[in-house]
Design a protein around this ligand. Structure first.
Ligand code: FAD
Length: 458
């Protein structure tokens, strides 16, 4: 007798959920599933997806494993090939004046395949919104379907949506981000950890002369962080590929580059803002930009690097821009956000069942080491491989195999990212900074001498 084709429901069409969808479809000759994917957003351009992310060796490897060649051939749109001798796809850490503290070795690759196959750490700075667009191509996402819970029975799982509808499946995969309702129901004890750090993120189009000034001080890594003395940090991620659209609108002679800005500081410093007579309204982007600049002026010394930071923040749109002229498809009204993570192994029990989690839903992590999306994509790869052995009798062992690997791998990365974040956001003061900076410089020499990188996973 022919067996019924099992149904898998994915809630959440982010990078993790979409990679998983493709992997199941790609493997259908080996194991066929009826796959349905539901997303709460009303359509592909509903929400800001803009910031840049670094996809590293293991993320790239898993991405290639998950994608059929028809989709993989479009990856260039989201992760254009590095420009040799111009771009340096790597990370560097500088102090508040721009002095180099740490620049881990990073193998420069020709393309995403080169990153995936590199021995040692390698990464490619990726346009997150365009990567999502590539992953969305030909995927029958059911939009406007917000999952609000599920009911698990012996036979399968009923998934409930806010619009009153419900769907039945054999396996439910919650890939629905940090506030996942699936996680909240499956493991209510699993709590979100709040760092006590505020982060403000924005996308900007930066003119060449400003990027050049920045590179002159901070060096040419595309993923750069600077540390202040008060637990404050700046994060800048960019590509040196001119934005065509921008050049049509503005100064034709000056290229502009897509850049992500982030500024973080201990949240308790916001308590003093009232004394500074600054009013911040998170619904008013202009006030948040003014606040970011106020904090930079307050926490950073007067120097060229601080001036550049202020100029960069001055480029952030103060109101919703004209979408025809805006180089990023979706506009994000700049807002303060609390940095949070979830350590999936902070609970004693994780019982494997027909309902499982993938990506930020299970293990959101601080962005400082750039590991969140890489792990979400790797989850998709590992779970799809485990499900190749699916049968109505052994589905639990498939899910268990995935969860055992996922929990160990991602908990280690959550804790590593958390430790780095807390270390870097501790106020050190002037003398503490001398010690910290010298210590980091020493680590830098060791990393580069022995070609060891903290980011790589062996
Ligand atoms: C500034 C910044 C920089 C970062 N840099 C990096 C980096 O360099 N490298 C890296 O690897 N990671 C980075 N990350 C982290 C990375 O973006 C996330 O880890 C990654 O997007 C997680 O993917 P995901 O699919 O699990 O979740 P998401 O991308 O959050 O997708 C979840 C999806 O589920 C949908 N959803 C939510 N609730 C529901 C519901 N109830 N029903 C249905 N759908 C729902 C959401 O709308 C969304 O589309 C960064 C993050 C930030 C903020």
């Amino acid at each position: 007798m022919q067996q019924k084709i099992p149904t898998v429901i994915i809630t959440g069409a982010g990078l993790g959920g979409l990679s998983f969808y493709h992997a199941l479809i790609k493997n259908k000759d080996k194991k066929e599933f009826n796959v349905k994917i539901f997303e709460r957003e009303s359509g592909p351009q509903d929400r800001w997806q803009g910031y840049h992310i670094g996809i590293n060796n293991f993320g790239a490897r898993s991405l290639i494993n998950c994608l059929p060649s028809s989709v993989a051939s479009n990856l260039q749109k989201g992760m254009p090939n590095p420009i040799p001798d111009v771009e340096c796809h790597g990370f560097s850490l500088n102090d508040h004046m721009g002095n180099l503290l740490l620049k881990p070795p990073s193998k420069q690759a020709k393309d995403v395949y080169g990153v995936a196959n590199a021995s040692g750490f390698s990464a490619i700075i990726t346009y997150r919104d365009r990567l999502r667009d590539v992953l969305l191509e030909n995927v029958p996402v059911q939009w406007g379907k917000k999952c609000i819970g599920y009911e698990e029975t012996e036979e399968g799982v009923w998934v409930f949506f806010e619009d009153g509808s419900k769907e039945f499946c054999d396996i439910l995969v919650g890939a629905d981000g940090i506030n996942s309702p699936v996680r909240k129901q499956k493991i209510p004890e699993l709590q979100i950890f709040d760092f006590g750090i505020t982060q403000i993120n924005a996308d900007v189009a930066v003119p060449k002369n400003l990027i050049d000034r920045f590179i002159r001080i901070n060096g040419n890594s595309l993923f750069q962080k600077t540390l202040g003395l008060n637990g404050d940090a700046t994060f800048i991620i960019y590509r040196l590929i001119p934005i065509e659209q921008e050049q049509e609108q503005n100064d034709k002679n000056e290229p502009h580059y897509r850049t992500t800005l982030a500024f973080s500081y201990p949240t308790k410093l916001d308590d003093n803002v009232e004394n500074d007579k600054i009013k911040v309204d998170d619904n008013d982007p202009a006030s948040v930009i003014d606040h970011a600049k106020h904090m930079i002026r307050k926490l950073r010394p007067e120097c060229e690097l601080t001036n550049i930071m202020l100029e960069l923040w001055s480029l952030v749109p103060r109101t919703a821009p004209d979408s025809d002229k805006y180089p990023f498809k979706t506009y994000n009204p700049v807002q303060r956000r609390q940095m949070q993570d979830i350590n999936p192994l902070s609970v004693n029990e994780w019982t494997s069942s027909r309902v499982t989690l993938l990506g930020d839903a299970a293990h959101a992590m601080s962005p400082v080491l750039g590991l969140g999306a890489n792990n979400a994509i790797q989850d998709a790869d590992v779970l799809s491989q485990a499900l190749l052995n699916y049968s109505p009798e052994n589905y639990i062992s498939c899910i268990k195999e995935y969860e055992n690997e996922m929990l160990k791998r991602t908990s280690a990365d959550v804790l590593k990212s958390r430790a780095s974040t807390l270390r870097q956001s501790s106020p050190v003061g002037y003398f503490g900074a001398i010690f910290r900076n010298n210590f980091m410089k020493m680590i830098n020499v060791m990393m580069n001498t022995f070609d060891y990188d903290f980011f790589s996973r062996k």
